[in-house]
Design a protein around this ligand. Structure first.
Ligand SMILES: Cc1ncc(COP(=O)(O)O)c(C=O)c1O
Length: 391
């Protein structure tokens, strides 16, 4: 029995998997169990932003594993103290307090609970095509019927309105709204970038009705979009921010950032997590922030993102409808379903993701170079030409 058969025999069955077994990563590269090399344009869905097996991150994890891995928030810890200070420094102004957890969906669960406590309200507004996770509260915020329908009734009261449409939002936000929740760039929903004008209007609407603004930067954070958080460049001022994915460079971690006003409504015992804020994840996150700063990865994401988008837009294929994105979160909206394109790219050694059925999604490490982008462009161009000619 090979490894793929072995894993298939006992895996839950909730994942649709590709026929590949990755066993090693280094920088922008991945290797499968047969020794085949891939350029990684997926980063484990925007997790390995600093690249795979970065020596500084590996050393920080090894050091911390040999020092102390668990120290729940029953007491205090040196790495946690440092990370909390770092988060307060680098997240949008006003977000001074953080609940640490272990995944994106948990960061959203905390955001929903905290918004309910802070406002005394239970109605939420989210966006169509929005994705916020799979636990029951976060699932209520997620829009895709495929994920929601099998689990109804869902726990929270969520209305969904079109992303980017302020009139439709204004029609449902009222004095009973606890919070509006949205992504700066919808990732799973097809890589759709919100405008500064829209986010400014959302903020004003929330203020008018005493509702909170929850911003989900789980996929857009940690330099991905060309600023450390997308909120910076889009002028978004969240009351609550949700972080995850690349936050600890690949070690599972989530965080919910809140204003002092929201924190004032919390009391000991109201929420918690055994693993939340564990020293291993905190050390990994500190190392991740240090690498992003030392290697100017935010600037690289901005520059390479612009270059990559430009080069994708230059591909002359009737199969491409639109290229869009922010920094190194890039979508290519196709006129055809993308599964065969993804397979053809895999065969040629490029790991690329989709966002829905017809959007190719590129999320390379922020260390990606022009040369690596060019090799993807050359291969994608010929894959699309062959596909077009065969139809
Ligand atoms: C914007 C956004 N929010 C929340 C989540 C859920 O994160 P996790 O899979 O870590 O629970 C994701 C994951 O893809 C995401 O992209």
């Amino acid at each position: 029995m090979n490894l793929i058969e072995q894993e298939s025999q006992h895996t839950s069955g909730v994942y649709g998997k590709r026929d590949v077994c990755f066993v090693r990563g280094d920088g922008t590269h991945l290797w499968d169990n047969e020794g085949k090399e891939y350029l990684d344009f997926g980063t484990g869905i925007s997790v390995a932003n600093v690249g795979h097996a970065h020596p500084q991150l590996v050393a920080a994890i090894a050091d911390q594993a040999a020092t102390l891995m668990t120290a729940p928030e029953l007491g205090y810890n040196d790495k946690r103290a440092q990370l909390l200070a770092k988060l307060a420094e680098v997240t949008p102004a006003g977000l001074d307090r953080f609940f640490l957890c272990n995944s994106g969906t948990e960061a959203i669960e905390a955001a929903i609970k905290f918004a309910r406590l802070a406002t005394g309200r239970h109605n939420f507004v989210a966006t169509m095509r929005g994705f916020h996770g799979r636990t029951l509260g976060a699932l209520a915020a997620t829009h895709n019927a495929k994920y929601r329908e099998p689990f109804k009734p869902l726990v929270a009261d969520f209305a969904h309105v079109p992303f980017g449409n302020i009139a439709k939002l204004a029609a449902v936000v009222n004095d009973e709204t606890a919070a509006v929740i949205l992504e700066p760039v919808q990732g799973e929903g097809g890589v759709r970038v919100g405008s500064s004008r829209y986010f400014k209007a959302v903020r004003e609407l929330c203020d008018k009705h005493g509702a909170l603004l929850i911003v989900d930067e789980i996929q857009t954070g940690m330099g991905r979009t060309g600023t450390l958080f997308a909120s910076e460049q889009l002028g978004i001022q969240p009351d609550i921010i949700a972080l995850g994915k690349a936050l600890a460079g690949g070690v599972p971690m989530g965080a919910t950032g809140i204003t002092q006003a929201v924190a004032d409504t919390l009391k000991p015992g109201l929420h918690g997590s055994t693993f939340g804020g564990n020293p291993l994840a905190c050390a990994a996150s500190l190392a991740t922030f240090a690498i992003i700063e030392d290697e100017n990865l935010v600037e690289n994401a901005r520059e390479m993102g612009a270059y990559f988008q430009e080069r994708l837009a230059e591909i002359n294929s009737p199969l491409i409808r639109e290229v869009r994105g922010l920094g190194l979160l890039i979508g290519v909206d196709m006129r055809v379903r993308v599964t065969p394109i993804l397979q053809a790219l895999m065969d040629r050694g490029f790991m690329v993701l989709n966002a829905g059925g017809t959007v190719l999604r590129f999320l390379p490490p922020l260390t990606i170079t022009q040369v690596e982008i060019e090799s993807l462009i050359t291969t994608l161009t010929s894959v699309l030409r062959e596909l077009h000619e065969s139809n």
